[in-house]
Every structure is written in structure tokens, then in C-alpha cells.
Write a protein that binds this ligand. Structure first.
Ligand code: DC
Length: 231
């Protein structure tokens, strides 16, 4: 759709949830860019707060210690899909939040209710401020953060396909080890008490195992356009 049309249409809110390696980020960014919408990677926010906890010596195994400082870091997300940014207290953390150390600790930090409350508020504020609407990707967007989203998508893929994609992103990391790590993180994210990874009842499930990225993007763009036309 052209930008002019996007500006005059009412804002559209799209929630894209699912486990790691299903193509959430690539799909969400591309859909937002094609439709002139903002884009928010909520996993990056949880990684950013985890990075801050690690950097400040907070004991990751102590939920009470994490809860006590959950409101301290100032996390700012830039929502341009062509150039998403993330800073913590003014520091660009786009690189540091992707390290193995942060990846292995993010499930523990993001399970703390005070962390989720702080980050959820940020997410709702950003979604409400997006002029044309926004694509928000995560684990609990359709169920908890934006339950009134215009469109909810739940992306899935087989563990093998997800591990192969993640290993490719990590430039040749061992597929077997990646698969085990993914399964462990998904289990933690799905079983936590506060807003676990879950498909909303009214979400459209898209199994991406045998689809190319271009096919997934096309599918989601079509669904958003249908919702927009009906608004
Ligand atoms: O999408 P990702 O792999 O960058 O997400 C990192 C972690 O953040 C993931 O293991 C679980 C957590 N997360 C969450 O709890 N809720 C979200 N909405 C997004 C991510």
C-alpha cells in the first residue's frame, strides 16, 4: 500500500507471537515496512533489561533482587522498521543484547512479574503513539499486552526448521546444540506464571516450516490489508 493511503487509514495494530526461529522478526519488520507501519521487537526490550541486570551485577537467580530494580533502566526503542534501535540509559545495546550470555539469562529475567509490568507499559505506550499503527512481535502480545489488537498472528515451525534458521543466523553454530537451547528457552518461556508464550484464542496460526520468508510476509500482508479494508 502507498504511504498516502497508510496515513489516511485508521491505525492498525498487529500482534505477532511465537517461539524463537519461526521468522517473527524478519516477517514483522518486512510487513511493517511494506505497509508503512511502526515496528516493535519486544524480545529486544527483554534482552535490554537483562543486559542492564548483568552489567550492574544483579544476581539473575534472585527474582527479588531483579524485581527491586526493574524500574531503574531507561529503555528506549526506535520503531522505524528500516532502522530499529534500542538504547538503555542512552547506550546503544543493539549488539550486546545478542550475546550468548544475555540469551541464556533472558528467560529468567523476563519471568519476573515486575519486569513484565514495566516492559508491558512501555509497549502499550509505543503502540498507542504509532501514527499509522504498528507491528509488535513477541510472546504475549496477543494474549496480554495488546488483547484488542486488530490482527493476531501466531507463527510456528518445527524444532528442526527453527534450529536450522537460528544456526544460519549465528553463522554456522552447531544445529543440534542450537535446537537443544531453543527447546529449553521455549519451555521456560511457555511455562512461566506471568504471561507465558501462548497463542491467543483469536490468533491466526501460520506454520512456517515449509514456507519461504517471502511467502510468510505475503500471507501476513494480505491478512493485514483485509483487516484494514474492513475497519
Ligand atoms: O524474541 P527473542 O528471542 O529476542 O526474545 C528473547 C526472550 O525474551 C525470550 O526468550 C522470552 C522473552 N520475551 C518475553 O518473555 N516476552 C515477549 N513479549 C518477548 C520476549
Amino acid at each position: 500500500m502507498e504511504n498516502g493511503a497508510a496515513r489516511t487509514a485508521p491505525p492498525v495494530i498487529v500482534a505477532i507471537d511465537g517461539p524463537s526461529g519461526t521468522g517473527k522478526s524478519s516477517t514483522s519488520k518486512a510487513v511493517a515496512a511494506q505497509l508503512g507501519l511502526s515496528y516493535l521487537d519486544t524480545g529486544a526490550q527483554y534482552r535490554a533489561i537483562t543486559w542492564w541486570m548483568v552489567t550492574n551485577g544483579i544476581d539473575i537467580d534472585d527474582p527479588t533482587a531483579i524485581a527491586a530494580v526493574a524500574g531503574k533502566p531507561e529503555i528506549v526503542s526506535g520503531t522505524d522498521p528500516a532502522h530499529p534501535t534500542i538504547t538503555v540509559d542512552g547506550v546503544d545495546v543493539a549488539g550486546p543484547i545478542r550475546t550468548q550470555e544475555v540469551t541464556s539469562k533472558v528467560s529468567a529475567v523476563s519471568a519476573v512479574p515486575e519486569v513484565r509490568a514495566t516492559i508491558t507499559e512501555l509497549q502499550r505506550t509505543l503502540a498507542a503513539a504509532a501514527p499509522a499503527g504498528i507491528v509488535v512481535e513477541g510472546r504475549d502480545i496477543g494474549t496480554t499486552v495488546l488483547p484488542d489488537a486488530d490482527l493476531k498472528i501466531f507463527l510456528t515451525a518445527s524444532p528442526e526448521a527453527r534450529a536450522a534458521r537460528r544456526s544460519g543466523e549465528l553463522k554456522g553454530a552447531d544445529v543440534h546444540a542450537t535446537r537443544e537451547a531453543l527447546i529449553k528457552r521455549d519451555a521456560a518461556d511457555s511455562s512461566r506464571k506471568t504471561s507465558p508464550l501462548a497463542k491467543a484464542d483469536d490468533a491466526v496460526e501460520v506454520d512456517t516450516t515449509d514456507l519461504t520468508l517471502a511467502q510468510v510476509i505475503e500471507c501476513v500482508v494480505t491478512l493485514v490489508e483485509e483487516k484494514r479494508a474492513a475497519k
